[in-house]
Ligand binder design. Structure first.
Ligand SMILES: Cc1cc2nc3c(=O)[nH]c(=O)nc-3n(C[C@H](O)[C@H](O)[C@H](O)COP(=O)(O)O)c2cc1C
Ligand SMILES: Nc1ncnc2c1ncn2[C@@H]1O[C@H](COP(=O)(O)OP(=O)(O)OP(=O)(O)O)[C@@H](O)[C@H]1O
Length: 297
C-alpha cells in the first residue's frame, strides 16, 4: 500500500492521482463501524475495477479546534492505522495535514481540490461524515458539491448494544477499564505497542518482570491489573500488566510474564489487553497452572 502525506500546496499532480474509490474519515482504532465503510468501498472498487483509496486526517480535528489544547486520547498512531488498512486491501492511503486553514475550506473547495483532483470517482463514508468549513458539508451535499461528478455511497450506522460503534465510545471504555467490552467494538482485543526498559528486566524462577514504555498515540486503560497477551518477535506470551496511577503521564506500566523466557536484544513488545483482573488471587493461580502446563507439552 502506498502512503501519501498531503500538505496544502496548490499542485497535487506530484501525488500521482489515480482513478479510485475513496473512503473518508479519521478512522481512529479502525473499529467495526470503520471496517463496514472500508468493506463497502472495497466491494465497489472490485465491481468497478478501480483502486481502493482511504483519505484520513492528522492531527484529530478536536485538537485543532479546541481553545485549550484538548488532548485526544488516540487509539493508534498513523503507522499502525496504515498497517491495518493494508491488511484490509487498501491500495493507497492519503493522510491530509489537518490545519486550521484546511478546515476553513468551503465544502465545495474541499471536494474539488482533495477528492476530484486526487482521482476519486466514487466516495464512500458513514452516515455522519461531515466536511468543509464548520463541518457544513455532509453525505447529502457531496454529490452536488462535486457538480454531480462524484458517485456517493453512504454507509448506515453500525450499532452494538443500541449504541453507535465509535472511537469516542472505545476511549470511554478504556478510561473505565472495560477492555473486554472494547473487543466487541473493535472486533479484536485492543493492542498497544511499546518497548521494554532494559534496566527494569528481572527474570527469576521462570517469571519475567519488566517495565514497558508505550509508544506515542496509544492510550492505556484505567489504573489496575489486566490479563494480557504479549508478542515479542514471533513468540506469544501470557501474563499480567499493571497500569500504575501515574501511567497516563509517564506511559510506563509493569508486566509480568509466566512463560520461561530468555533475555533478547529485541525490546519491542505488542500487548493485547484481554480483561481487567478483578480477582488477583484467582488470576495468579490460573497463570501458575498455565506455566506448569507449558513444561508438560
Ligand atoms: C475540509 C474539511 C474541513 C473541516 N472543517 C471543520 C470545521 O471548520 N469545524 C469542525 O468542527 N470540523 C471540521 N471538519 C471536521 C469534520 O467535521 C470531521 O470531524 C472530520 O472530517 C472527521 O470526520 P469523521 O469524524 O467522520 O471521520 C472538517 C473536515 C474537513 C474534511
Ligand atoms: N458506527 C458506524 N457505522 C457506520 N459508519 C461509521 C460508524 N462509525 C464511524 N463511521 C464512519 O467511518 C468514517 C470514520 O469515522 P470517524 O473517524 O468519525 O469515527 P467515529 O468512531 O465516529 O469517531 P469519533 O467517535 O472520534 O467521532 C466516517 O465516514 C464515519 O461516518
Amino acid at each position: 500500500m502506498e502512503i501519501e502525506y498531503v500538505g496544502h500546496s496548490d499542485d497535487v499532480s506530484f501525488l500521482h492521482p489515480e482513478p479510485c474509490v475513496m473512503a473518508l474519515g479519521f478512522f481512529d482504532g479502525v473499529h467495526l463501524g470503520h471496517r463496514k465503510v472500508i468493506a463497502e468501498a472495497r466491494e465497489i472498487a472490485r465491481e468497478k475495477n478501480l483502486k481502493l483509496a482511504v483519505m484520513t486526517f492528522f492531527p484529530h480535528p478536536k485538537e485543532v479546534f479546541s481553545c485549550e489544547n484538548t488532548k485526544v486520547n488516540y487509539l493508534m498512531p498513523i503507522d499502525v492505522k496504515a498497517e491495518t488498512f493494508s491488511d484490509l486491501g487498501v491500495d493507497k492511503l492519503y493522510v491530509i495535514d489537518f490545519t486550521k486553514s484546511f478546515a476553513a475550506l468551503s465544502p465545495k473547495d474541499f471536494v474539488h481540490k482533495y477528492l476530484v483532483e486526487l482521482g476519486a470517482l466514487h466516495v464512500v463514508a458513514g452516515f455522519d461524515f461531515t466536511y468543509g468549513h464548520k463541518g457544513m458539508g455532509n453525505m447529502q451535499t457531496l454529490h452536488s458539491d462535486s457538480n454531480y461528478s462524484l458517485q456517493v455511497t453512504t454507509v448506515s450506522k453500525l450499532e452494538e448494544d443500541g449504541r453507535k460503534v465509535s472511537s469516542t465510545l472505545i476511549r470511554e471504555l478504556l478510561a473505565a477499564g472495560q477492555v473486554l467490552k472494547v473487543a466487541d467494538y473493535l472486533g479484536d482485543f485492543y493492542e498497544t505497542r511499546g518497548e521494554l526498559l532494559p534496566l527494569s528486566i528481572v527474570i527469576k524462577q521462570g517469571s519475567f518482570h519488566a517495565e514497558v514504555i508505550t509508544a506515542p498515540y496509544f492510550t492505556l486503560p484505567k489504573t489496575g491489573l489486566y490479563e494480557m497477551e504479549a508478542q515479542m518477535g514471533e513468540r506469544i506470551y501470557h501474563g499480567t500488566a499493571y497500569v500504575r496511577p501515574n501511567s497516563a503521564e509517564t506511559s510506563i506500566f509493569d508486566i509480568r510474564l509466566v512463560w520461561p523466557l530468555k533475555k533478547s536484544k529485541d525490546l519491542m513488545i505488542k500487548l493485547k489487553w484481554l480483561n481487567r483482573v478483578t480477582d488477583p488471587k484467582r488470576m495468579i493461580a490460573d497463570l501458575r497452572l498455565a506455566a506448569h502446563a507449558s513444561t508438560i507439552f
